[in-house]
Design a protein. Structure first.
Ligand SMILES: [Zn+2]
Length: 311
């Protein structure tokens, strides 16, 4: 049996037909157009799914269930998107709306970060009893899987790992609070840190990098640090520390068997992961029991589709 996974994002709606092993057989995407009435967005979601079925040469009868990951707070019990700042939805009866296109099908709604976490867990979790996924992107997202199940908190609003506070009265976070992990460890934060370092050091190689590539990105400091630029090395060292502080907190609460880190920045590979692991293991309260495995996730944008389909 096959499932459909939908990843409803602020910019694009992505969907895929997914088999039970988490393999995407076919996928596609359309712009979200979040300014439009929700009915129109849902209609496009359904059209996308039906066109994938047609391309794959199957029908809705071949689909066991449909899952959707959405940004924000999701109430799967009642089938409602409770609140999403990102796609501007409030109290939307999404399951009911989707049901009119997919009558009789099981439809699950999930927070998008939780869905992505479940996708990485299903494909790369290696059967871990406890698993945490972190994505470092525009923000810092996360998901916690315990005994094969997504941990959501009693109200569905749990596992907001990006908003653990690592610096009282620190940098302003998009959530309105100051000092969240996201305000230090997201790529948005890295870009801000890179910009500040460049302003401080007019001789840094990073200025040439930005002249070549047109703008500061998450890669600027990493690429210049690899070439030995001292200002860039300082940016990367601080950024590594910021990532590590959040991970240490997560380790000390959960001691998960495995943590995978996703988002474009995870492509920096050992250059990022080796120093992160060194710091995290140094400050890990657990000194005597087996250590949490820490590594790079691999599914990138597909994680949300796969997780929504399988969760
Ligand atoms: Zn925050």
């Amino acid at each position: 049996m096959l499932n459909i996974g939908i990843d409803l994002g602020g910019t694009n709606i992505a969907a895929g037909i997914v088999d039970e092993n988490g393999k995407i057989l076919r996928k596609g995407s359309v712009p979200t157009g979040k300014e439009r009435p929700t009915e129109e967005v849902v209609k496009d979601i359904a059209s996308l799914c039906f066109s994938l079925l047609e391309q794959e040469g199957i029908t809705l009868d071949d689909i066991a269930k449909i899952g959707m990951g959405c940004p924000g707070t999701v109430d799967n019990e009642n089938g409602i998107i409770a609140y999403s700042n990102n796609i501007r939805m409030e109290n939307v009866p999404m399951r009911e709306m989707l049901s009119s296109y997919f009558p009789g099908k099981t439809i699950n709604l999930e927070n998008d970060a939780n869905a992505a976490a479940y996708g990485e867990y299903a494909v790369n979790g290696g059967g871990a009893k406890s698993f945490v996924f972190i994505t470092l992107g525009t923000g810092v997202g996360g998901g916690i899987i315990i005994d094969g199940k997504i941990y959501r908190g009693f109200n569905g609003a749990g596992a907001e790992l990006g908003h653990i506070i690592i610096q009282p009265d620190g940098e302003q976070c998009t959530c309105g609070i100051k000092g969240c992990w996201e305000a230090y460890a997201s790529v948005t934060a890295l870009i801000r840190q890179t910009k500040a370092a460049m302003e401080k050091d007019p001789n840094s190689m990073m200025h040439e990098w930005v002249a070549d590539y047109g703008k500061i990105s998450g890669r600027t400091a990493f690429e210049c640090a690899r070439k030995g630029d001292s200002a860039a090395i300082e940016v990367v060292e601080n950024y590594v520390r910021y990532i590590s502080i959040g991970l240490i907190n997560i380790l000390n609460i959960f001691q998960p068997e495995k943590i995978l880190i996703g988002g474009g920045i995870s492509k920096e590979g050992d250059y990022l992961f080796e120093p992160v692991k060194k710091i995290v293991y140094k400050y890990d309260y657990n000194k005597y029991m087996p250590k949490t495995q820490i590594g790079a996730a691999s599914l990138f944008n597909d994680a949300g589709i796969i997780g929504a389909a399988l969760a």
